[in-house]
Structure formats: structure tokens, C-alpha cells
Design a binder for this molecule. Sequence first.
Ligand SMILES: *Cc1c(COP(=O)(O)O)cnc(C)c1O
Length: 409
Amino acid sequence: MLYLCGPAYRLIRPNRSYFSFLLYHVETPIPYGRQHITAADVQAVTETLLSDFLTQGPKVAEFEEKFAAYIGASYAVAVSNGTAALHLCTLALEVQPGQRVITTPITFAASANSVLYCGGEVHFADIDPATGLIDLQKVRQLLAAHPKGYFHGLIPVDFAGLPVDLEAARQLCDEFGLWLIEDAAHSPGGFFTDSQGVAQWCGNGQYADLAIFSFHPVKHIATGEGGMITTNRKDLYDKLLLLRTHGITKDPGLLHHHHGGWYYEMQTLGYNYRMPDMLTALGISQLQRADEGLARRRQLAARYDAAFIAMPGVQPLGTAPGHAYHLYVIQVDDRKGLYDFLRTKQIFAQVHYIPVHTMPYYQQLGWKKGDFPHAEAYYDHCLSIPMFPSLTDEQQAYVVACIQEFITH
Ligand SMILES: *Cc1c(COP(=O)(O)O)cnc(C)c1O
């Protein structure tokens, strides 16, 4: 960085605003998403660092209670990341080798992998091109084409922050005897309105057996690594607590024997999927600003919506009042062209997602290109453009101007 002062400074002074605008955008890459860390966040972490507990301390339970209250669920279990959350869910639901579970091809690989971890089989249902969400009609066709008991579970994803109609998903699951996990990694604070006109918050456990969240830095609440499971089912909650910590309990009510104060029992095969106190302290601090961040995401989305209405050739993905806008996805004819062009402008858009069934690993399992045409067509045209609370109005205007420039040339 070159600091100019005295005569040199006066030399560029007349052009200063233009010059700094240029410098700003050349020097500050704009990612598609990023964390927002405040002085209060830093203080929360450092206070915990100097406390008695770095892990398994009081901050974990505090975060769980506050998160459950925010989401509107009865129970919350903090875990080391969103993938661990998914794994504990499939374990708690006792996915067995060979059991079949349905999810969407347009998601992060972990949603599907969590089934494989337990030896289960992943199946996919294509997306609704208007929303990017799993098409529940396609799920119904798939279920109806097989005898009852052929499938065991459904994992829909609130993709980009657009909530799945879980009431409809639940009806389907009940009809065919499936459990339901909501992958809400993109949608804390999002909601859909059910048939009674009631707003149902993502992850509130009203319809799904379990829901998962992630605190990866691009997600709404950022702790570096971290995750949460929410549920209204006490039986699953108890199982999750045990599975999170090696299957070990010290709870006097659960022990078979009592040898003394030191005594614990390993009652099932569990894991170390704990979230440390430093990170849950960061989560508590971030949670206080969750609504603020969500409001800013929705404001940015409304501004994008307005800009793209006037831009034929740019098609935003479906919207809804309860959209949580983890991502803002547009669809364009020349996606690769736009992606590369934006990079030259220091704008780092991203593609969400490469369909899971087209990954080499999943192809080895027998899936092939052509299996889910809507997901594949979506993938050819989608681009996630910058969407995060600290994106400034000026930066957003610059992003829109660059997209406009590409589209019109
Ligand atoms: C981020 C994410 C996950 C996994 O979360 P991690 O904390 O990165 O393990 C799972 N599902 C979806 C849809 C995600 O976006």
C-alpha cells in the first residue's frame, strides 16, 4: 500500500473520489459470501479463552438454549460442524446398511453423504426448476413406484434459504412411512406459511423429526466450524447427546451401575462431535445480530430483484416472503462467461451446486449424467452473486453494474 501525502497527494486530489473508487474495487475482492465479525464477537471469544472451560463448559448449553429459542424448537444440540450434525441425525434415526433415503441433487455433498456414513443408499428426486428445491411431486412418484417400506427417509434442503414446504413433505413421509430431516443450513430465520396460515420457522421441528444448521463462515451465523441440530423429539434429543460424546454418559438416571463419583458408562458407539466453548461463545454473540443480518440480506435481495427486473437475460431464482437468502442465485445463458468476467472485476461469484449425482464418487455408485435433467439444466446456468450482510450499497451497485455491462455487450 502506497501512502501519498504532501504535493503528491495534492496532485491526485482533484480525481480523488474516482481514484479511490477504482482503487477500492481493484484492491477489495468481493466474495459471494463472508462472515461479519464485530468487536463484541472478539470480546466474547477472548473472555471464554480466559475462563475455566475451553470445551464442555457453560457456553455450550447457553448457545443451545438461545438457538432453540431463536428457531422455535424444543431442543438444540451444538456439534462440531454441519456435516457432523447430519451424521448424528442419520445415526439417531438408525439408518442401516442398505436402507434408502431420498434427497435433492442440488445441495452440498454432505446432505447426501450423511446417509452413506451409516451404510445407507442415497436416492435423488429432481428439483423444481422454478425454486431450485426438491420437487415433492417427483418424490411422490418415486415413492409410489415402489412398495411401501422401500424408502426410509427424506432429506429436503432449504436451498439458498428458500424454505421447503415441510407440511407437504411431512404428509408424504407419513403416507409412506419415512422419517424427515430438514437440512436448514441455508435458512436460519426463514419460514414458510402452513395451511393454517401459521408461519413455520425453519428448523422448528413442527414437521421434521430433526433439522440441521451449519456455522461455516459463509452461513448466517459464523463460528469458523460449528453446527446445530434442532428437534422437538425428546427421544432423539437424548440419543444425540449420547452420540455427540462417544456414546458416554455420566447422567445418574441413565447409568446401569454406580461405582463412585468418577463413574461413567459408554452405552453406545458415539463420536467426538463437540463444539468448543470459544466457538459457542462466538455463536451466542453472532446470534444476537442474526435478525439484523437477515434483514440486511432481504434488503439486498429486494435491491437485486428490482435491478434484474429491468435486465432481460438475468433470471433470479424463486423468491418468497420467508426466504432467508443465504445465497442470491441468478440464471443466465452464458454462465461461464459471466463468472469469468466478474472475476476480472474482482467479484468472486460462485456456483451452487454441481449436482451431487454427477460427482465421480456418486457416478461410481451408479448415478449418471441425464438422471435429473432439471438439476443439470439449473447447474448449467446458475450463479450465486455476492450476498452477505456487510456487502455495502456501493459494492452491490458495482456488482449490478458489472452484470449489466456483461449482459449488454
Ligand atoms: C454448509 C452446508 C452443510 C455442511 O455444513 P458444514 O458445517 O460445512 O459441515 C450441509 N448442508 C448444506 C446445504 C450446507 O450448505
